[in-house]
Design a binder for this molecule. Structure first.
Ligand code: CA
Ligand code: CA
Length: 145
């Protein structure tokens, strides 16, 4: 079993995908989760790079959000697109990050990601409520590097 599979079982993964779907029922924002073992880059630089690799800038309102986890590096970051950054205060993601990290410290990885994703959806809906005929612009599946 690889380290990233050990981090989340496939049942855990499905529960997180369900949380993404729930969150996206409340907002036109698009949330993705990427898990990998290691990167040499500084965590925000790597999150930005993964965001681009996953083509997450391809949303109509530029409101994609990436939750990045480097398992072996014990790194976590949230990277949001420009449409969000232009609309929200600078500390917008702090409380979501705190929720995730406090769970991670207790090794509750699934619970932390679910709580974080749902919190992100709650926050995003204030700025990006669901629109009529909302599309699932970015896959809800977890990406593994
Ligand atoms: Ca959507
Ligand atoms: Ca989606």
């Amino acid at each position: 079993m690889s380290i990233t599979e050990d981090f989340l079982s496939s049942d855990d993964e499905q529960a997180i995908v369900n949380a993404i779907q729930t969150a996206e029922n409340h907002t036109s924002g698009e949330i993705r989760v990427h898990i990998e073992e290691h990167s040499d880059l500084e965590v925000m630089d790597r999150a930005r790079e993964v965001f681009t690799l996953l083509k997450m800038e391809q949303t109509n309102a530029r409101n994609g959000v990436l939750f990045y986890i480097g398992v072996r590096d014990r790194q976590f970051a949230i990277f949001g697109d420009n449409g969000i950054n232009n609309a929200v205060p600078d500390d917008f993601w702090e409380c979501t990050k705190d929720v995730v990290i406090s769970h991670f410290k207790e090794k509750k990885f699934k619970e932390g990601l679910i709580a974080g994703v749902l919190r992100a959806g709650e926050q995003l809906k204030n700025y990006f409520p669901t629109e009529k005929n909302d599309k699932d612009e970015l896959s809800n599946e977890i990406s593994r590097g």
